[in-house]
Design a protein around this ligand. Structure first.
Ligand SMILES: [Fe+2]
Ligand SMILES: [Fe+2]
Length: 247
């Protein structure tokens, strides 16, 4: 017998509440600082409840075989910044690989982990892009702290506002910068920082689809979907897809 729309809505709501009956335990890294990670977790009202082991119904469901763009659409925060950077890079006539680098450069800050986002972001995409692209993404973060007049790159005013005028990159970042400058791909990473702009026109909307061809040519989308292939970073994509999974 066909369900009425009310019954359907109730069934959906029931399914939702059943799902939410699952116990969600956030990973330590989400809460460390808000709470002392050394303390035991408060006891769970676990009577009859199961732990979250898959899709969290509070989030949009991802397609079975998620593509890079699906992550932009369903899991990442607003992507105007990276889209504007990629468009600027294209306008400035850099190679397609660097355009892709600009499109990807902040995905970790947008959808995974902020601290050391260049390193995390590079690791996420490493199996799917040219080595030069992941190298450039990995190092853009550190290069952002260091001016390079030859490329017209100044220390960002926004960093003075964000971190204070007296912020100095820590010694390991100084060393990472020193090494990066001597690397054959220094320019590729530097070009990401040159096109890494926040002062864009908020009225100009750039669609992801503007980069379909570039991504198609330079990002090896796995046929199983990101997260369900067996690459060295597929677990990271699964974690973004299912951020509250217990194990
Ligand atoms: Fe960045
Ligand atoms: Fe950026």
């Amino acid at each position: 017998m066909a369900m009425t729309s009310l019954e359907r809505a109730e069934a959906a709501e029931h399914a939702m509440s059943q799902e939410l009956d699952r116990i969600v335990v956030k990973s330590v890294i989400y809460t460390s600082g808000d709470r002392d990670p050394r303390q035991p977790l408060p006891p769970q009202q676990s009577q009859g409840k199961l732990y979250m082991m898959g899709h969290d119904p509070r989030l949009p469901l991802m397609p079975e075989k998620p593509t890079l763009f699906d992550f932009y659409k369903y899991r990442f925060g607003p992507s105007a910044h990276v889209l504007q950077s990629a468009r600027l890079a294209k306008k400035n006539g850099v190679s397609e690989k660097i355009v892709l680098g600009c499109l990807l450069h902040d995905i970790s800050a947008m959808g995974f982990i902020r601290g050391d986002h260049g390193y995390w972001g590079a690791q996420l995409v490493e199996p799917y892009v040219d080595e030069e692209v992941s190298w450039a993404i990995r190092h853009h973060q550190v290069l952002r702290f260091f001016p390079d007049e030859a490329y017209g790159y100044k220390y960002p005013d926004s960093y003075i506002r964000l971190f204070g005028a007296d912020y100095q990159p820590e010694p390991h970042l100084q060393e990472a910068h020193r090494r990066a400058r001597e690397h054959k791909w220094y320019e590729s990473s530097r070009l990401i920082t040159v096109n890494d702009l926040y002062s864009f026109d908020p009225n100009v909307k750039v669609e992801l689809e503007e980069f379909t061809d570039v991504v198609g040519r330079h990002f090896k989308q796995p046929k199983e979907g990101l997260g369900f292939d067996q690459s060295p970073s597929s677990h990271m994509w699964r974690t973004i897809n299912h951020p509250t999974k217990y194990l």
